[in-house]
Design a protein. Sequence first.
Length: 311
Amino acid sequence: MTSLTGTDIFELCLGGNTFGWTSDRDASFQVLDSFTAAGGNFIDTADSYSAWVEGNSGGESETIIGQWLAARGGRDDVVLATKVSQHPEFKGLSGSNVKAAAEASLRRLGTDHIDLYYAHFDDADTPLEETVGAFEELVAAGTIRAVGISNYSAARVREWFEIARREGFTLPVALQPHYNLVNRSDYESELDAVARNEDLAVVPYFSLAAGFLTGKYRTREDLEGAARAGMAGKYVSAEGIAVLETLDEIAHRHDVAIPTVALAWLRSRDQIAAPIASARTPEQLTALLAGARLELSAEDAEQLSRVSAGF
């Protein structure tokens, strides 16, 4: 178990991107109820989820999570992570925007603090010193308990640490990269070394490659009508299918589902604290929760690493 903000986190982080998108309020409540009933306590969202959906304006996921917390209670039992920089009304990471976006997130979530607050995407138009200082102000005010970085280059992560150390500011504790069996090189080429050097808890998103690593997309026909067809479709190739076939083999050996093995492989990697995975329904959670508990043998992990090496 990894401790963030003084609380041990479950080894699967529940992604909130489906809330207000492919899961309505009732379905989202059911997923959240099932996750916490199984021992889950780590929930990830962003202020921009799900502004990409027609009719949405951003903040829908936070709003649903806030309604669920109000209905169920137990705020202190949950480690809640959200992000800033992409909400249509709060773009970028200027000091004033970070503060305003955090206040808006608090209102939607119905809470007085955010456990883990990520800079969602780097903002080249704002001096990094300004962004780092804005996050420090939120920590000092008790608005956020810990700082996270998402979608930054290794050089910019190092620069964030240099600024924070020089100024005596709070150091980031978490890194959220795009990382999975079929998207390895972006993280492993440079970010992995930074995570090790700074002892960052790595919380990868797209852990199941937008659904591809569930095994349900193996042909172009399988993608027709799928909400994530555009994202998952790029992995439907001979190389991608080879990864699925290896997952099939290992899953059969352990009598588990394919996504369980894909998540277990991520957990076997150094510095990975909890892969993020989302579920549209409670039924989809079963295989994900098992991925937080399955321990792959060294041979299993190496077999998957070999077949996915080209990614």
